[in-house]
Design a protein around this ligand. Structure first.
Ligand code: IVH
Length: 672
């Protein structure tokens, strides 16, 4: 064959194979026998090997991977990847509908309802019909470039089907594994002595972030698409039309998507989906409801976080019953002793659960939970599983009461109970478990964000006596650096990264440092509010409790705790050392209040909240720049409802006020 003919033949084979991939992996309706497919595939592979100049990146032969990266490049999304607000009840969903109606000045709204697939989102960019880039969501603005990995997903088109691809087509969707594939993968890993994945989402995320695409190709990844990014050269006038176009171009979309006229029809579809949930091959954690018409979507627009034209509806947490084998005790960073249930493993909402929190010993006593009991457990989304109640009907008399530990299980030191709180605490500030957990908190993503300082690294530093407090991290010497590099199991590269990470963290804004110090009752939002007010950690440390209480956002409990912390010489000494090490103490009057969805809004709280007191909720709202009022009126922007909400809820619904459950509120306030 002459060269132009070879090039043409290779191109023809790629088109044919792409189409047969689509029939096989997307439509599940293959036309070719495996043998016939293999023949075409081999012909193409041989041509591409013999004539590498005619090979292409998007060739179906690349689905087996073969690219190795040292790290992922970052790339900005052409259109930000927003997330969705959540609702948890028909009432909240109706409130969303009312909001939409009010904003559009209409009673009739057509919605497109889709299953909310529990996986990892991805954005694929096609230019002139060819896949050019795949990005993870990242922070919504910038994602990791995982193009080589995405190319290995069998149901992801390397090229769009059809002869007239649009100039730009960005399809967004969810990468996932089926429940069966996930179980199979974990079994194989366990058999090979590899760590098993905690849940489907983790295993999918882990697979997509693997740096060897040949390895990714072996993972059973699949993808379903549902949203658009940048699109040019083709008109999209509705969500249903967009999904049809996705199908036409060869993407997998959900067969469970439904067009609904009005909110009652939406609720009926959500009910149907919920009923099918367990029998679906993959995990869904809810439904997504989208205003169908694109011009109405545009009219509704976006908040800083999410579109106003779409919302997620999350199904209630799944529950399971299993045996509580024994109770172990965890020591937290503040010394609080938390009882943990060691369970007979049970599969629940996408993962195998073998441990669950029992919250505190008072709770254990109040619920009369005993070792050996069958217990009902629950897991909501990402939340750590919790034990709800003992199944007393199944007791056989062998169950034993759970005793409150008289000493700390980590250091054997004395513990105290106080009537001011339910927690029992270990009082020894040098307790190894506390030291470890304090440092873990300090380095965590929400605080100083030192990636290279994970649990194992902290253990190494603590066990060798190099580090006991945060300040010690910044005083590690060159000699210790050398010693660490020689420890087994920690390559010198990870030690390099550790030192780089510590150095870089010195530039963090001071609210991160304050939060990282772990002052009781000072969360990330509180730390930001405090620094926004004082502008300087030293000024904050010097402020008296009275002055702190005057800060509009700070309540008496937080003020007292801060006063106590900075009244302690040990803490002041640590502060001196951190300042001397060059950490950032001043600057950046964090303007988080300005980006908060609650900023400038009037909020009312009603009913009994389960995760926080009403005072704490109020404080949190104030720290976000909201006004908190006692009664619902036309001026109310948000009503936050706990259990047994009464007339305020009815009034708010009648007035079209946005109603937020406690969960949604906490999520929006960044307090989860
Ligand atoms: S729409 C602006 N549709 O849920 C549109 N998201 O909680 C934003 N998800 O980040 C997304 N299934 O990862 C949409 N049918 C679906 C979805 C879906 C799953 C995920 C997605 C998103 C998250 C938001």
């Amino acid at each position: 064959m002459a060269k132009p003919e070879i090039a043409e033949r290779a191109e023809q084979l790629r088109r044919d194979l792409e189409y047969h991939n689509y029939l096989y992996y997307v439509k599940a309706e293959p036309e070719l026998s495996d043998l016939a497919y293999d023949r075409l595939y081999r012909e193409l592979a041989e041509l591409e090997t013999a004539y590498p100049e005619f090979a292409t990146d998007d060739s179906p032969t690349r689905k087996v991977g073969g690219i190795e990266l040292s790290e992922f490049e970052q790339h900005a999304h052409s259109v930000p990847m927003l997330s969705l607000d959540n609702t948890y009840s028909p009432t909240e969903l109706r409130a969303f509908h009312q909001r939409v109606c009010k904003l559009l000045g209409s009673e009739q709204v057509e919605y497109f309802v889709e299953p909310k697939i529990d996986g990892v989102s991805i954005s694929l960019r096609y230019e002139d019909g060819r896949l050019v880039r795949a990005l993870t969501r990242g922070d919504g603005v910038v994602g990791d470039d995982i193009t080589a990995n995405a190319r290995t997903i069998r149901s992801v088109p390397g090229r769009l089907l059809g002869n007239q691809p649009p100039a730009v087509w960005e399809a967004r969707g969810e990468v996932f594994m089926t429940k069966a594939d996930f179980e199979k993968l974990n079994k194989a890993r366990a058999a090979a002595g590899d760590t098993v994945f905690a849940n489907v989402r983790n295993s999918t995320a882990g697979s997509l972030k693997t740096r060897h695409s040949a390895e990714v190709a072996k993972r059973p990844l699949d993808a379903i698409f549902y949203a658009r990014g940048e699109v040019a050269g083709v008109a999209v006038d509705s969500q249903s039309g967009f999904v049809e176009a996705l199908n036409g171009f060869g993407f997998k979309t959900s067969p469970l998507n439904r067009l609904c006229e009005g909110i009652d029809a939406v609720l009926a579809v959500i009910g149907d989906l919920g009923a099918q949930r367990d029998s679906l091959p993959y995990e869904i954690d809810g439904a997504v409801i989208k205003v169908n018409d694109a011009s109405l979507q545009e009219e509704l627009g976006f908040t800083s976080k999410a579109p106003r034209w779409a919302i997620a509806y999350k199904y209630a947490a799944e529950k399971a019953i299993t045996k509580l084998k024994s109770v172990t005790v965890q020591v937290g960073r503040t010394g609080a002793l938390t009882p943990v249930a060691e369970l007979e493993p049970v599969f629940l909402s996408g993962s195998t659960v073998s441990r669950a929190t029992l919250h505190n010993f008072e709770e254990v006593a109040r619920r009369d939970i005993r070792a050996g009991d069958f217990v009902e457990i629950e897991k909501a989304g990402d939340v750590i599983p919790a034990v709800l109640r003992p199944v007393t009907e199944r007791r056989d008399g062998t169950e034993t009461p759970i005793a409150t530990p008289p000493t700390c299980p980590s250091c054997n030191g004395p513990t105290t109970a106080s009537d001011r709180e339910v927690a029992i605490r270990c009082l020894n500030a040098e307790c190894p478990a506390q030291v470890q957990n304090k440092l873990q908190h300090f380095a965590s993503r929400g605080a100083m964000d030192i990636d290279s300082l994970g649990e194992a690294m902290i253990e190494l530093l603590v066990d060798n006596g190099f580090v006991r407090t945060a300040a010690d991290l910044y005083e590690l010497t060159a000699e210790q650096h050398g010693q660490l590099s020689r420890f087994e199991g920690h390559g010198s590269r990870s030690i390099e990264k550790l030192f780089d990470g510590i150095e870089k963290s010195k530039e963090n804004p001071p609210w991160r440092l304050l939060f990282g110090l772990g002052v009781r009752h000072v969360g990330a939002a509180g730390a930001r509010a405090l620094l926004a007010h004082f502008g300087d950690l030293d000024k904050l440390a010097a402020a008296g409790v009275d002055e702190l209480t005057l800060v509009p956002d700070i309540g008496p409990i937080v003020a007292e705790s801060i006063g106590q912390y900075f009244g302690d010489d040990i803490n002041l000494n640590q502060l001196d050392r951190l300042r001397a090490a060059g950490l950032t103490f001043a600057g950046e009057a964090a303007d988080q209040a300005a980006d908060s969805p609650f900023s400038g809004k009037t909020c009312v709280i009603t009913g009994t909240l389960s995760e926080m007191t009403r005072d704490a909720a109020k404080e949190l709202l104030l720290s976000h720049g909201a006004k908190v009022s006692g009664s619902v009126s036309a001026k109310t922007d948000f009503l936050i409802v706990g259990e047994n909400a009464g007339s305020k809820l009815a009034k708010a619904e009648a007035a079209g006020v946005t109603v937020l459950s406690e969960g949604v509120f906490r999520e929006m306030a960044g307090a989860v």
